[in-house]
Write a new protein. Sequence first.
Length: 323
Amino acid sequence: MKRIGVFTSGGDAPGMNACIRAVVRTALYHGIEVYGIMRGYSGMIKGEIVRLDTTSVANIVQRGGTILKSARSQKFMTKEGRQQAFDQLVNHKIEGLVAIGGNGTFTGAMKFEEEFGIPTVGAPGTIDNDLYGTDYTIGYDTAVNTALDAIDKIRDTADSHDRAFFVEVMGRDSGYIAIPCAIGGGAEIVLVPEQQQSIDTVIETLQTARKRQKSSFLIIVAEGDEEGNATIVANKVKEAIPEMDARVTVIGHIQRGGAPSAADRLLASQIGIAAVEGLVNGMRNVMAGIVDRKLVYTPFHDTIYKKKLINQGFMRMVEILSV
Ligand code: F6P
């Protein structure tokens, strides 16, 4: 393999830059040319492809966001879009790809490989940590720390005013951010998409805590919880406990930005090296990940369709520690 492309796709995540840097430098180390594809599949279709050298990735290991930019491309979901992307890769003589992203990114890569045979190795880059085949995804650790920092501040004001705060954290299909935030932030309740918990249980838990003279409360809601987002949950609770002074905070995209933590820089660098070396060794349609501290390559099919389960022990911890 003489020339590869690298791109970031889907929601950005802190550490993506560290991963790009590792991909570029590992490729150069192995004598392979590297091209950066801007704006994910969207830039691949349009031919927004630029040569990267070692200085292109200098001074980015510590920066949030992604120098290659990111996008969610509707056009790549069509055969016509994928054909255009393939033509662009052929024009640029790109023989293999490193795709940094999440579920949607790998679904696209799998389809692309099926149709056009371009080998791709994936790097798990998403704050959601919802990918099977790696204990942690790039950006997750930073996002949890960012959310937790905000939650600590909310706790201060909640305590001063004897209020309940319903705090929404990211995670469309996953409670991976919500759970450590609940444990680390001392929340009374956590609501996650992976586990059904009725509003009645939430109300009962809050009523019991109020009887014990607790005066401030934190309820962490993952945005994809089936009872609804934090605003919906808060409204339902306020109907049942009108005397409770409640507020809602949506932490939002702050969770996606900022300098990556040490853990994310390390993970991103490890995975970036592994992705290129996987390609060099003839791998395709797999994601590089770390499971039990060991490097593993998991087929895209499994990363997409196998469900990474939440840790039930952690859910129990929230219950015990909020007594
Ligand atoms: O996949 C990462 C993520 O941040 C999810 O947690 C969230 O639901 C989604 O992206 C938001 O996407 P967008 O920035 O496109 O609104």
